[in-house]
Design a protein around this ligand. Structure first.
Ligand SMILES: [Mg+2]
Length: 224
């Protein structure tokens, strides 16, 4: 469904989430989920089924994987390093021409682009290669190796500082309301929910879109 309220957002910077936003692959998600559970089971020295239960419970409670890892006592840096060794996104993910075109068009329009992800740095590099996005498209890339992960305000503030943008001249595009869009909105950043599977918590974000290229009709560069 197209953006029904045809609202225009006038901004200078666009921050994107990575996983579930710049790519979406149930096959890849299933592969990653299996590996995440295996790593947690190994770290906690427990059976895979038990690790999965605890992980699911904490993710539900904390809203993010990184939040769950923290309460389970799993070191985030070591976890993402291990995940990046075990998973090869190139074997599963493929470039989506409409996503590549969307980002390149925004860049050509003179907007500053940022990537704000809870994933680890090494994995982010692998994923970007697999989905055909060169890291140089982004004026800043913030991973959980750089700051505390979302829903902390730190990754947003870090990105704004690097881009020299204020919250009101920035929009954040992501697929999770509680974990990222709500905290971004609290800072005064405009918010776009990419609702691939009918997530319609519309009252908590500025705009809801169903496909990433819709941002091209939505976002206008600020004229100074
Ligand atoms: Mg996401």
């Amino acid at each position: 469904m197209p953006n029904s309220d045809s609202k225009k957002l006038t901004v200078e910077c666009i921050l994107f989430d990575l996983d579930g936003t710049l790519y979406y692959s149930p096959d890849y998600n299933a592969r990653v989920e299996a590996e995440i559970t295996a790593i947690v089971a190994h770290t906690l020295k427990t059976h895979v089924s038990k690790a999965k239960l605890r992980l699911d419970e904490e993710r539900k409670r904390r809203g993010t994987l990184t939040g769950a890892l923290r309460v389970l006592g799993v070191n985030r840096g070591v976890f993402f390093e291990t995940l990046a060794e075990k998973i090869e996104p190139l074997t599963i993910l493929t470039p989506d021409p409409s996503t590549i075109l969307t980002l390149r068009t925004l860049k050509k329009r003179g907007l500053k682009l940022g990537l704000v992800t809870n994933n680890g740095c090494k994995m982010v590099g692998k994923i970007l290669r697999a989905i055909g996005l060169e890291a140089s498209l982004f004026d800043v890339v913030v991973t959980s190796d750089d700051t505390e992960p979302k829903p902390s305000s730190q990754p947003f503030l870090f990105a704004l500082d690097k881009l020299k943008c204020t919250p009101d001249e920035t929009v954040y595009v992501g697929d999770r309301v509680q974990a990222e869009l709500s905290p971004a909105r609290k800072l005064g950043i405009k918010t776009v929910l990419l609702a691939r599977e009918g997530n319609t918590q519309r009252d908590q974000v500025d705009v809801v879109i169903a496909r990433l290229p819709e941002v091209l009709n939505l976002i206008e560069p600020r004229q100074d």
